[in-house]
Design a binder for this molecule. Structure first.
Ligand SMILES: Cc1ncc(COP(=O)(O)O)c(C=O)c1O
Length: 459
């Protein structure tokens, strides 16, 4: 990436941080955004006009030569940072040898290598089997079908604010935003949603210290007693940390209680680790924090540092469906697999540990924000999956989406890329390679922008 501009007085000389050379969007970016609006599906949700050209580590350069600090990781995808040299080398080598053959009809060695690796690193002992797709939603679709065919049951339990994807099966489990569902019904029948363990906004008005995870126990105590026969439930789908729904971290006992309920009733527990897995939380899987072993694990996003790949992993005896039951032409593409093998090696060797250390540093830097910033209601997260929830009033916890959105905009104007989630939460999810200095730069930008918004709000 280019060095600091001598002509631009606002340019930072710090090679690890942002460097803005033009007003945003710059002339090239403006032109591309205009064309994009003509040709690209308007269903995409862009918060600001970042037009990316190249990336390295936690930095992105746009088409006008502006450099941004990326605390979005392409929505939790570039685990090893943008264009990690080891990942790039693996992709290049594989692309020169074999790009595609389709694992659904033919064999190739790397398919086995990655399956074996995933079988080893997925929670729980014993051999597992892997189904490969290309995206998170495909991993969920596979899990839904597998759960139905294995159990012979047709119902699913999922949670409010959950996000599992946008194709019909996964959309039926998703409940994080009306726009995702409006106009698309009827969805797949048989999904029952109950409130997630959101202790900051407990719908039962209980306190985590003595609630006995009522939100999980309600499944047996109310659902199964009143209207859902437990022997019709195939699976409970849960994000061990809710992503799009607001970066909500449940108490470990929540997942443990779900596990107990599933065991008691012959229900499969499906952990959607598509956003929170692959070392992002400082452990390989977020469910490791609760010591819970799911029956089916869904992985995507960070698994291949940007190449499309997803995996649905289950104990071998569960994934026992007949030939033809499920498959995808591109799933487990050799180039994506090469990227995944390189990614997993890097994450295991150093970046998961970095995520734990940098995550702790980030949380320490944000610790006093609820006391210092009147708009901050809650700061929460694990590792490099951190959410800041904004409220207009800390007592009533009234959501502050306008202020959150303004902060995202101002951060962009200051060279920091962040995203929202939930109703009024800001999520910080830098690549796992992020440095201490980059975290300090990002926190300083957010601090400055937020102080400005609070002054504007008070005026
Ligand atoms: C937890 C979770 N599940 C599933 C998905 C869907 O993944 P994809 O967009 O790759 O289909 C996402 C995407 O944001 C996610 O965060």
């Amino acid at each position: 990436m280019r060095a600091a501009s001598k002509r631009n007085p606002t340019a930072s000389s710090d090679a690890e941080g942002p460097l803005l050379r033009t007003r945003l969007p710059g002339p090239q970016a403006k032109r591309i955004v205009e064309q994009d609006h003509r040709y690209i599906s308007p269903s995409y949700t862009r918060s600001y006009p970042l037009v990316a050209k190249r990336g390295r580590g936690a930095l992105i350069e746009d088409v006008d030569g502006n450099r941004f600090l990326d605390f979005s990781s392409g929505i939790a995808v570039v685990a090893t940072g943008h264009c990690h040299p080891q990942v790039v080398r693996a992709i290049r080598t594989q692309a020169a040898e074999l790009i595609h053959m389709s694992g659904t009809d033919f064999y190739y060695p790397s398919l086995v290598t990655l399956s074996r690796k995933l079988s080893e690193i997925a929670p729980g002992a014993g051999r597992k089997r892997v189904y490969f797709g290309n995206s998170g939603t495909e991993a969920i679709e596979a899990a839904m079908k597998l759960a139905r065919i294995y159990t012979g049951r047709d119902k699913f339990i999922a949670f409010t604010n959950a996000f599992h994807g946008r194709t019909y099966g996964s959309l039926s489990l998703t409940a994080s935003r009306p726009a995702q569902r409006r106009g698309f019904g009827p969805l797949v029948p048989g999904v029952i949603h109950i409130p997630y363990a959101n202790c900051y906004r407990c719908v039962y008005n209980l306190k985590p210290e003595d609630c006995g995870v009522h939100c999980a126990r309600i499944i047996e105590e109310q659902l199964f007693r009143t209207y859902v026969p437990s022997d019709e439930v195939a699976a409970i789908f849960v994000e061990p940390i809710q992503g799009e729904g607001g970066y909500v971290v449940p108490p470990p006992e929540f997942l443990r209680e779900l596990r107990r309920i599933c065991d008691r009733h012959g229900i499969l527990l499906v952990a959607d680790e598509i956003q929170c897995g692959m070392g992002r939380t400082g452990k390989m899987w977020a469910c490791d924090y609760a010591g819970v072993v799911p029956d089916i694990l869904c992985v995507a996003k960070g698994i291949a540092s940007g190449l499309p790949l997803s995996a649905t992993i289950s104990r071998a005896e569960i994934m026992n469906w007949p030939p033809g039951a499920h498959a995808s032409t591109f799933g487990g593409n050799p180039v994506a697999i090469a990227a995944a093998l390189a990614t997993i090696e890097l994450v295991e060797k150093k970046y998961m540990e970095n995520a734990a250390r940098m995550g702790q540093h980030l949380m320490e830097r944000l610790q006093d924000w609820p006391a210092r910033h009147s708009l901050v209601g809650d700061v929460r997260g694990r590792g490099l999956m951190v959410g800041i929830e904004f409220v207009k009033d800390r007592r009533t916890k009234e959501y502050a989406p306008e202020q959150r959105d303004r902060l995202i905009q101002l951060a962009f104007e200051n060279g920091l890329l962040v995203l929202g989630c939930g109703v009024s939460t800001l999520r910080l999810l830098p690549p796992l390679v992020v440095s201490r200095k980059q975290i300090d730069i990002a926190v300083a930008i957010l601090d400055r922008c937020l102080t400005r918004i609070e002054r504007e709000t008070a005026a």
